[in-house]
Design a protein. Sequence first.
Length: 129
Amino acid sequence: MKKTGILNRHLAGALAELGHTDLVVVCDAGLPIPPGPTVVDLAFTPGTPSFADILHGLLQEITVEAASAAKQAREANPEAIALLTRHFDDLELISHEDLKARTRTARLVVRTGEARPYANVILRCGVPF
């Protein structure tokens, strides 16, 4: 049995299939998920697991070259923006409608149990070399 890293077999497998420039969406429990991307739904109860916990775990596993979030989060969820700007110096802020549209082109969506608004980010995979 695996003893470190991401233990969820569906998430670990989906991460192993990612390549350069693939998009990964980490979202709150309320983001509408369109047909198309692989979805790993980790939501358990409202707030569990949190957006922050899942983001931290993913960043230990994948290389990210860019990130985008909804500009509406600046007012509605400043904690999420603070978290994201700590991890991404060049965080791109886009409209929530644009974020939802870009979700259609994602390779993977990871749904958290986060119950605060606009706790969503699109990660563009990079390469570790």
